[in-house]
Design a protein around this ligand. Sequence first.
Ligand SMILES: Cc1cc2nc3c(=O)[nH]c(=O)nc-3n(C[C@H](O)[C@H](O)[C@H](O)COP(=O)(O)O)c2cc1C
Length: 365
Amino acid sequence: MIFPLLDKLALAGLHAMDAETAHGVTIKALKSGLVPACRVPRDARCQVKLWDLDFPNPLGMAAGFDKNGEVPDALLKLGFGFTEVGSVTPNAQPGNPKPRVFRLPADEGVINRYGFNNEGHAALRARLEARPRQAGIVGINVGANKDATDRVADYVAGIEMFADMASYFTVNISSPNTPGLRNLQARDALAELLTGVMSARDANANTLGRKVPVLLKIAPDVSDQEMEEIVAEVLAKGVDGLIVSNTTLARTGLRPDPRRDEAGGLSGKPLFRRATIALAKARKLAGPDLPIVGVGGIDSAETAWTKITAGANLIQLYSSMVFKGRGLVGEILEGLSRELDKHGLASLDEARGSNVEAWASASVD
Ligand SMILES: Cc1cc2nc3c(=O)[nH]c(=O)nc-3n(C[C@H](O)[C@H](O)[C@H](O)COP(=O)(O)O)c2cc1C
């Protein structure tokens, strides 16, 4: 009982600060070990085996929370089944001027235009090497420097740098905050990028022959035709999965708030519908076998379950932690078990995609 109360006080304190300061304080607290570990339910029906990885549960922390790999183990202790560090670029870069992240409390949304601020490959590598135990599933999300003359080369450098330590890679071409980055989603550019990335991945198989799974993270704002082309390229190049989605540039349906017109990517509750429709469309195009991570607006067991029934094998969240705190992880996992009970299912796999048609044909407005 004491922890929920302390959590509430901590959240209130964090919300009294600007969003970026609050994030920094949270990272510090997680690093210091002051945030107690969470006991979350273990339900064998919610374990997920994908590639050569055994996920203890399907819920991960999305990229961007731990850009520099400072707290992967602390996040796993909160009960997440996996975590994703990054986005990381070859060279350290400061990102955009502050302020660059804004809460929209009435909508439980976040707008950010960080612009890939991060400490670069070498610093991330040093941190991950220093982890006391290399346990748990830690994905590495790679990006390109803002001033890169050859962006494909930046992604390839990320694969080469971390091939011996990443549980999986995410190739992030969907941040709206690096000018031109999303153009890599266009067919010809994407084909060139994926050829480069997949051959680097194959060439860097470890001594045991392990080829790190590579996932492509896409925007929720792609047109139907772009989505068709993306999925076709992903299948053609043997990419191991998709992450749907990153933040949106859309601003529809937001309550009045002076911050809603800030430039950047919108995430959290207001993203849920758009991201879930994009997920279902990707699932329909890809067929049942391509692993897809559903992300965007998950803030409850119900929204987590909806992502799975819209086609997700795994799910991630970030923004809802800002509004609901660490208790949310256990709440979602308990709720997923309850949904399985309710539907009499033996695994999440049995639920996956059961509602894909309805979501794939829904409209965003
Ligand atoms: C402050 C912030 C920073 C983010 N930074 C990254 C990033 O560096 N790389 C990335 O792939 N996604 C990044 N994201 C996107 C999230 O990983 C996620 O795709 C998106 O926020 C939707 O999930 P949510 O609604 O649960 O937040 C960021 C999101 C937020 C809110």
